[in-house]
Write a protein that binds this ligand. Sequence first.
Ligand code: NAD
Length: 510
Amino acid sequence: MAIVRPVETESTSHRRFSTHSPVDERIIGEFDVTTAAEVELAVDRARQAQIDWAARSFPERRQVMQAALAILMDRQEEFVDRIVAETGRSRMETTMMEIFAACDSLNFFGERAQSILCERSIDMHLFRLFKRARLVYQPLGVVGVITPWNGPFILALNPTVQALMAGNAVIVKPSEITPDCGRLVEELFTAAGAPNGLVQVITGDGETGAALIESGVNKISFTGSVATGKRVAEACGRNLIACTLELGGKDPAIICADADLDRAVGGTVFGCMMNGGQFCSGVERVYVVAEIAEAFIERVANKVATLKLGHEGDYDIGPFISAAQIDIVESHVNDAVNKGAKVLVGGKRSDLGPYFFEPTLIVDVTHEMSVMTEETFGPVLPIMIVSDEEEAIRMANDTQYGLAATVWTKDKDKGVKIARRLDAGSVILNDSSVTYGALELPFGGMKSSGLGRVNGEDGLRGYCRSQPILINRFNQAEEFVWYPYTEAKRQRLKKAIHWLWGTPFRWLMK
Ligand code: NAD
């Protein structure tokens, strides 16, 4: 169903696919599916390259990131051309979501990694007098990065930058729908002088992704759907390798009675419609407090009606990147209408091309409708009126997902209190869509939205194993607890327990 189609080939060893523009289905390119044996060879090459790379200092690794940044800035039009060809997205949105964000990732992690991952000494408590401790962040080895089609360059590049700065080699398996966007990552690092084999892209579908997990890599950084994420987690568990799972969401927006209405309208519509709604932490459902519901809905309707669907010149929303998406989105809208919802704007396919869907506003929705409970991943904004903020919080948490959420209120203290009560990996007050871009903060989900974090200190350290090294201060002949065990020693140990935790000396044990 995707805009990727099998191609007849005489090869008995490789399956082959063609990729097609989501605008008009014209052919963009063809690729061979990397076989399991080739995946293993790629991992072997990566493992070789990683040895020298891990030995490089942080400034040396940073130099490659800076070179990549300079190349990306210089060749950004070419990168935008190739990303737009596979996604149909506007050049403005592509520059914002992919190029701008990639530049920031290269620069930020290039600069910040050393302070987060450098070897450090740790203050000891129990062993304070007798030992020193160092904490070393060792690279894991080879990291597999498996990515979706909706942010096909940045979602491959950003984990790659973090894994590289931590001293790993990377194999990227991009979505079969957007393989060329994945290739850009390898091309960029090759041009930036990364050692041969350090960053490689393998193309293929789920079979290739599954082969990557079985190939001996040391970690999988997966971004994609909940269903695939569960399969990835099972395979990683079987292989006892680490994984982070960045999965789907059904992000709520709560519009309080005291919200700045203009900003809430603009931010909610943007948060929902950006990337044609194909955005993991986009606004997928809105709960507006009754007091301001009429005014809010009227302004949202006006705003949504102004959005321009298209594929040439200036436009706001392009086609679906994945063909399968239009059927999912249409079925959510139809299900809602059949159960009593009202479409105020849009609601149907557009005649611009086979994969265009009108920006849509729906009201009178309930949690009996898939548009309020399942990830829609399209330009559809369902709004539900609630009696108060308590009901909004209850409805927002009534979901299997927990990726992100937005709260709109002029009272920031109240906003923070609401945020703390939401089942969401991250929460934004009075803005939308910016959490993944705040690179110093850990990003990820709870519930079905995933495990682990990308970005921030947590994300970067996730590409390492932390190795404590304990160093004995004095070379005394032996330690008190060493053999032989005697009752006399046990009595002294009991005294020590009393002295350490039963007297004011307890403060030393912090
Ligand atoms: P998907 O799960 O269908 O595919 C993701 C990747 O996994 C692709 O590269 C695919 O080829 C590969 N894959 C498929 N089966 C596999 C298997 N058995 N083993 C290993 N790899 C396998 O997802 P998609 O449709 O490409 O992407 C859309 C989804 O991604 C949405 O649900 C969206 O919310 C989610 N997403 C999440 C985030 C986040 O950060 N939380 C970001 C972007 C997208």
